[in-house]
Design a protein around this ligand. Structure first.
Ligand SMILES: [Zn+2]
Length: 341
């Protein structure tokens, strides 16, 4: 009995000593590490112009000037400074000029850059699009911009001024020209890929041309409202289009006046029903297809200089009128299979 009591007291003492040691260790550790790493969070610049400095000192070189409302990722803190990343820069900004966790949905979830990369992946890559566009592709873009903390508006699929300014912020952060249009390079940069202007053939992504079985999965693979890019196999010219409808095949319209001009130049300046082998690039994949070059029927885009739509056929797709597989289109699809993007 006596022995057991002694033993339990001994245990208690040991436990107390252990706790003490642990506490001392914590204090020492905290004091010794002046720059504390924080769980990734975001902050917004609250003054008209803020210097991002190389070191945590007012005398240190300014790497970049940040405008009001710019979102930065906070990596850590050191005295009255936050260590942040902004685009390609990592540096220090004064804490008092940063509203932590404001203007960013990511902040509330305390997401790290790896989890925002994961959420981007789950959203999927939008196709290039620009102001005035709408639909599911623009929603995808808005979700990506929101996941990265650049966009705070509604996911309404409407590429208006809010989306434009979010794209501009992204472009500024990535060191791209601030056009406000989500072009190929902007989307690549958003997904952390190298942009084509700086990438040589060695880093450029190579695509495998796929045969898309229209009635099996083709129609759902490129949903109505999607914006995609067409490359004419023979001339190598590219232009952007939007799918507006089509059950037997993909009824599409050139996106803008300049896309229409490119398409017309592919046809030698005269619209015609002649079929041409093309590649269709959408959502990071390239498909063999065939198009005709005659504006006809319904038009949904008013200001693209293209009065109607044109038809894009894939493997197994059928025409409007005969509801049969068109052998000339299928020939072109076969020819397109021999080309790569
Ligand atoms: Zn059609």
């Amino acid at each position: 009995m006596q022995y057991e009591l002694k033993q339990s007291r001994y245990c208690l003492r040991m436990l107390q000593a252990g706790v003490c040691l642990l506490m001392i260790l914590c204090v020492v550790l905290t004091a010794c590490v002046p720059e504390r790493a924080l769980a990734a969070s975001y902050g917004t610049v609250n003054c008209s112009s803020l210097n991002l400095r190389k070191k945590a000192s007012k005398d240190s070189k300014a790497l970049q000037t940040l405008d009001q409302g710019t979102t930065v990722e906070i990596l850590g803190e050191s005295g009255e400074w936050y260590k942040v990343t902004y685009g390609k820069y990592t540096g220090y900004v004064m804490k008092k000029y940063i509203n932590k966790g404001k203007n960013s949905t990511s902040a509330s979830k305390s997401s790290s850059s790896s989890s925002s990369a994961a959420s981007l992946k789950s959203i999927g890559k939008p196709s290039p699009c620009s102001v005035g566009d709408g639909g599911s592709n623009v929603k995808k873009l808005q979700k990506c911009l929101k996941a990265l903390g650049y966009y705070t508006g509604a996911i309404d699929g409407d590429y208006g001024s809010g989306t434009k300014s979010a794209v501009k912020k992204l472009q500024k952060a990535k060191g791209l020209k601030q056009t406000g249009n989500a072009d190929k390079n902007t989307i690549a940069a958003m997904f952390g890929e190298s942009v084509s202007s700086s990438s040589s053939s060695s880093t450029a992504k190579t695509y495998t041309t796929e045969r898309l079985n229209w009635f099996k999965n083709g129609s759902s693979r490129i949903p109505k409202g999607s914006t995609f890019t067409v490359k004419d196999c023979k001339t190598g010219k590219t232009f952007q289009c939007k799918r507006w409808s089509g059950a037997n095949h993909m009824d599409s319209e050139p996106l803008t006046k300049s896309d229409t001009a490119t398409m017309k130049s592919i046809y030698g300046g005269t619209w015609s029903w002649k079929r041409r082998p093309i590649l269709v690039k959408y959502d990071g994949r390239v498909y063999a297809a065939s198009m005709n070059g005659m504006p006809h029927g319904t038009t949904t885009i008013d200001n693209n200089n293209f009065d109607g739509h044109f038809c894009i056929h894939f493997y197994g797709s059928k025409t409007h009128g005969t509801k049969k597989v068109d052998s000339t289109h299928q020939n072109c699809v076969s020819q397109a299979m021999k080309y790569t993007w």
